[in-house]
Write a protein that binds this ligand. Structure first.
Ligand code: 13P
Length: 251
């Protein structure tokens, strides 16, 4: 059966020292109490090796927030999937709406990133989600289906099964405006049906689909209680150990 997962996305926050401290705190909190989900932190690339050295990855998974769409070579400033893997991290967020919006990442680029991540044994946390206009004009189901079809449906069922999905309605990210639990459940059920139509019911039932967008300790339990919501991808609230653990304990 699919896993319940709470993953933090620190985005462009914390220095190395601050990030190591935060990861240590989360690691310690997890060492001291049993939780009912997998927990992951996704940190800036500069932090990964230092964090990998101080956490127990049996308790706390570690991921990058992005990787390059090329394997290696003259791509100044880029960080490859192999480099991410060499830090000890085992996850990578791909297709975050901030990457799509500010850095022009489209489905063709994301297909290349996904292939490289998988080739380097990284587990992609693949983000999808509509913008406010698409929510308001009613095209959101179609938009998200297209994002999935374009970026993922070239994968074999075996490779698709390695991916974690994160539904992040762009209008809910960093805005304090969370999707209601019913809105999240409707979309997650739609995503699972889309997967089932392509790869079959078993693959769909085994895919973890996380919700992201202003998820916090006060709303996590209601979201996670929905049958197709398998956890959260947490931005702002992942930057404080107590808040992040409050969400983890919602399971
Ligand atoms: P917030 O939790 O800050 O809204 O961010 C969500 C997100 O983008 C996680 O990837």
């Amino acid at each position: 059966m699919r896993k319940n997962i709470v993953a933090g996305n620190w985005k462009m926050n914390t220095t190395v020292a601050e990030g190591v401290q935060l990861a240590k705190e989360v690691n310690e909190a997890l060492a001291n109490e049993a939780v009912n989900c997998d927990v992951i932190v996704c940190a800036p690339a500069t932090h990964l090796a230092s964090i990998a050295a101080v956490i127990n990855q049996d308790k706390l998974g570690l991921g990058a927030e992005n990787c390059a769409d090329h394997a290696s070579g003259a791509y100044t400033g880029e960080v490859s999937a192999a480099m991410v893997a060499s830090t000890g991290a085992t996850y990578v967020i791909l297709g975050h709406s901030e990457r799509r919006q500010y850095y022009g990442e489209n489905s063709a680029i994301l297909r290349d990133k996904l292939a490289l991540a998988l080739a380097n044994n990284l587990t992609p946390i693949f983000c999808i989600g509509e913008v406010l206009e698409e929510r308001e004009n009613g095209t959101y189901n179609e938009v998200v289906k297209t994002q999935i079809e374009e970026a993922l449906f070239n994968l074999s069922a075996e490779d698709f099964s390695k991916i974690i999905l994160a539904y992040e309605p762009v209008w809910a990210i960093g805005t304090g405006k969370t999707a209601t639990a019913d809105q999240a459940e409707d979309m997650h059920a739609h995503i699972r049906a889309t997967i089932a139509a392509k790869y079959g019911k078993e693959v769909a039932e085994n895919t973890s689909i996380l919700y992201g967008g202003s998820c916090k300790p006060s709303n996590a339990a209601e979201l996670f209680a929905k049958p197709d919501v398998d956890g959260g991808l947490i931005g702002g609230a992942s930057l404080k150990c107590a808040d992040f653990m409050g969400i983890v304990k919602a399971f």
